[in-house]
Design a protein around this ligand. Structure first.
Ligand code: NAI
Length: 269
């Protein structure tokens, strides 16, 4: 895609799932990639190895570079250090993908405050902190940039028993729009993707069990879960110059999940 070669991209939570696929895809497109992980350098190293394999046959010649950066996105000092490390290593930061995310399940009347805070702190505070540090860097160097928030269909679909998650993704939608408006005239674009049910480790409870998976997929108009690569393709588009005039939008990649699936078949006259 146009305009990605030689850009530097930081992907948070990139040691598994959607973040891993995004880092690999951006490397394939010619970006240098900073692979953030919180605690598992093993998964992050797998991302790096696969990204390099996909990026080119000869790593030395193709010029794509990669860096592993440890840091908890919910901690301000970690985020400042992560962005600093990326800029020192690559000399620039052009693309941020706020992918790191967690969820917890509980009836809302039993949800303890620590679980509530944990989800909000990773999903929303983390995205804010990473965006803030990236924007600071871009403004300082008067560089254009692109931020992509990995949100969810639950940005717009309420999800009982996942109150903190739904709130965090709803907030992320507003983060996307507000930052997009604030920095539109500085050529910093902020967009988001809203994945539907995607086969990744966050969903081990149903992806690993054929019966449970069939139940989940029966609710999706297209009849199947999405893949991390399908999410990564949309992120690559949004980060590229193909989306140069797009800002403040969340693109839902969900097999039709946001289309009021109950209306797929007639149930009223
Ligand atoms: P995942 O569990 O494989 O990925 C989440 C990543 O975030 C993990 O690598 C984890 O280590 C990292 N992470 C968690 N806390 C962190 C922290 N404090 N600092 C840095 N990294 C941290 O799951 P998946 O599905 O790849 O999730 C990626 C994003 O996609 C999340 O934001 C999730 O909410 C979103 N999403 C996923 C959907 C799905 O069905 N898999 C659907 C909609 C959205």
């Amino acid at each position: 895609m146009k305009g990605l070669r030689d850009k530097t991209a930081l992907v948070t939570g990139a040691s598994s799932g959607i973040g891993q696929a995004i880092a690999i895809r951006l490397a394939e497109e010619g970006c240098n990639i900073a692979i953030n992980y919180r605690s598992s350098p093993g998964g992050a190293q797998d991302t790096l190895d696969e990204a390099m394999k996909q990026a080119c046959d000869d790593v030395e010649k193709c010029g794509v570079r990669a860096l592993l950066v440890q840091g908890d996105v919910s901690k301000e000092a970690d985020v400042v250090a992560v962005v600093d490390q990326v800029v020192k290593h690559f000399g620039q930061l052009d693309i941020l993908v706020n992918n790191a995310g967690v969820q917890t399940e509980s009836p809302s009347h039993d949800l303890d405050v620590d679980s509530f805070d944990w989800v909000l702190n990773v999903n929303l505070r983390g995205a804010f902190l990473c965006a803030r540090e990236t924007i600071k860097h871009l403004l300082h160097h008067q560089r254009p940039g692109s931020i992509i928030n990995v949100s969810s269909v639950h940005e717009v679909i309420p999800r009982p028993h996942y109150l903190s998650y739904s709130i965090s993704k709803g907030g992320m939608g507003n983060l996307t729009k507000t930052l997009a408006l604030e920095y539109a005239n500085q050529n910093i674009r902020i967009n988001g993707i809203g994945p539907g049910a995607t086969a990744t480790p966050i969903n081990d409870d149903w992806t690993e069990d054929a019966d449970k998976r069939a139940v989940v997929e029966s609710h999706i108009p297209m009849g199947r879960a999405g893949t991390p690569e399908e999410m990564a393709a949309a992120v690559a588009f949004m980060a590229s110059d193909e989306a140069a005039y797009m800002t403040g939008q969340t693109l839902y990649i969900d097999g039709g999940l946001t289309l009021y699936a109950d209306f797929q078949e007639a149930w009223s006259a």
